[in-house]
Write a protein that binds this ligand. Structure first.
Ligand SMILES: C[S@@+](CC[C@H](N)C(=O)[O-])C[C@H]1O[C@@H](n2cnc3c(N)ncnc32)[C@H](O)[C@@H]1O
Ligand code: SF4
Length: 393
């Protein structure tokens, strides 16, 4: 694949750079709450949920079914599946406006076709999802807010009782009406990737990104939440720990508070080869997910004590890509292990189908049989070395 062609060939609707100056100015006039209170401080805390706390009897029953089929599968090393996933990822688009060097969407390495999901396609998926899904994660590869109908999609999904989260590079919280639309959409949590306390450091990973745009966007979300008197979405900043930004942690904690974020997580970096590690991994292993390198230079992940060599994820979650393909997990970046297409099949026929079951069986036979499983976050010990809750600190 000719990556340079892709990198120079941005789709025209992603070309927002020309509008930046004007939109930053517009945000300075963003309406404040009339009470005169500082909207970034005087808000009630947003409540976090665990996807494993059921909201209804059917969700509770589903959890029992999933746990028992997982337990029996681990015990007998034979794949059984009863019940449905509690977490589902839907990828609104695989396109992105940035060029993060270790992300397949940003660096041009993604080989599957890039597209955006239409509202009708999204609606089809939501209608097919079992009512027992507790958590909906609206991202995989790509930048969700590039999809024109994204907030409409959230509103539609919000009719089901799911905790809805998205992850974004934060470049699209600009115009007051757009920000109002997002905050009022019913979304429970917005994770904003912001890994750098100044532009120089930020753009080492977020190539093509504008830190000022992102920080203003976070403030706009916080102000709008306050203006509308809502205690959600939870504004969750996520800072990936890298060699060049590791010294900026304290500064980032202060910036997050000043912007009005609810939470800040420090996340460890994933690298796929030795060179990436040399270029980006912090030297201090407290801030990485790796415990060392093998003789041939492969990084070895720190793993949990319980079930270190098993993948539980294949029983409690599924990933639906923007082309409708259902991947067993988000580490299947190119959809190589697709288990069916939800646009033309029912969810249960895929979830319980031969292809998904064969995949579960492959991993029960040998957890690290596939290359993509070597470096995945399932069972990882040091994914988030530190988390700041601004309502407590
Ligand atoms: C592929 S991005 C898609 C969503 C959105 N574009 C964003 O950047 O938040 C999904 C998540 O992966 C994170 N991410 C990107 N590169 C990473 C890496 N090398 N290691 C760990 N997480 C990474 C992002 O910060 C984001 O939280
Ligand atoms: S912003 Fe997100 S999807 Fe885009 S290149 Fe960076 S990590 Fe990948």
């Amino acid at each position: 694949m000719d990556k340079s062609k892709y990198l120079n060939d941005k789709p025209t609707d992603l070309d927002f750079d020309r509008r930046e100056e004007k939109e930053i100015d517009e945000l300075d006039d963003f309406p404040e709450k009339s009470s005169g209170l500082n909207p970034l401080v005087n808000r009630p805390p947003t409540k976090l949920i665990s996807p494993f706390i059921p909201k209804s009897f059917s969700q509770f029953l589903n959890l029992l079914k999933i746990s028992s089929s997982l337990g029996l599968s681990l015990l007998t090393r034979k794949a059984y599946i009863w019940g449905n996933p509690v977490i589902v990822h839907i990828e609104p688009t695989s396109l992105c406006n940035l060029h993060c060097p270790l992300c397949p969407s940003g660096n041009g390495e993604l080989t599957r076709e890039r597209s955006k999901m239409t509202f009708e396609q999204f609606k089809t998926i939501i209608d097919k999802l079992p009512s027992t899904v507790r958590m909906l994660l609206l991202w995989n590869q790509g930048e969700p807010f590039l999809v024109k109908d994204f907030t409409r999609m959230i509103r539609y999904a919000n009719q089901k009782s799911m905790y809805i989260v998205t992850s974004t590079n934060g470049h699209f919280f600009r115009k007051p009406e757009e920000v109002e639309n997002i905050v009022a959409s019913g979304i429970d949590e917005i994770i904003i990737s912001l890994d750098g306390a100044d532009q120089e450091s930020y753009q080492k990973y977020r190539i093509g990104g504008n830190l000022e745009l992102v920080t203003k966007g976070v403030r706009n979300l916080a102000k709008e939440k306050s203006r509308l008197d809502l205690n959600k979405p939870l504004i969750h900043l996520q800072f990936i720990l890298m060699k060049h930004n590791i010294s900026q942690r304290e500064q980032m904690i202060r910036m997050g508070k000043e912007m009005g974020a609810d939470k800040l997580s420090f996340k460890t970096l994933q690298v796929t080869n030795w060179k990436q590690g040399e270029d980006f991994l912090p030297k201090d292993s407290t801030f990485t997910r790796y415990e060392g390198k093998t003789a041939d230079g492969i990084y070895k992940t720190k793993r949990r004590k319980l079930f270190p060599n098993d993948c539980l994820r294949l029983w409690y979650s599924a990933v639906i890509n923007c082309d409708g393909q259902v991947s067993p997990c988000c580490f299947d970046k190119d959809g190589q292990y697709s288990t069916g297409n939800l646009f033309d099949s029912e969810f249960s026929s895929i979830w319980r189908g031969e292809s998904f079951q064969n995949f579960r069986q492959t991993l029960l036979d040998s957890r690290f049989a596939l290359e993509m499983c070597q470096d995945c976050t399932e069972g990882l010990k040091n994914l988030y070395p530190e988390t700041i809750d601004y309502h407590k600190s």
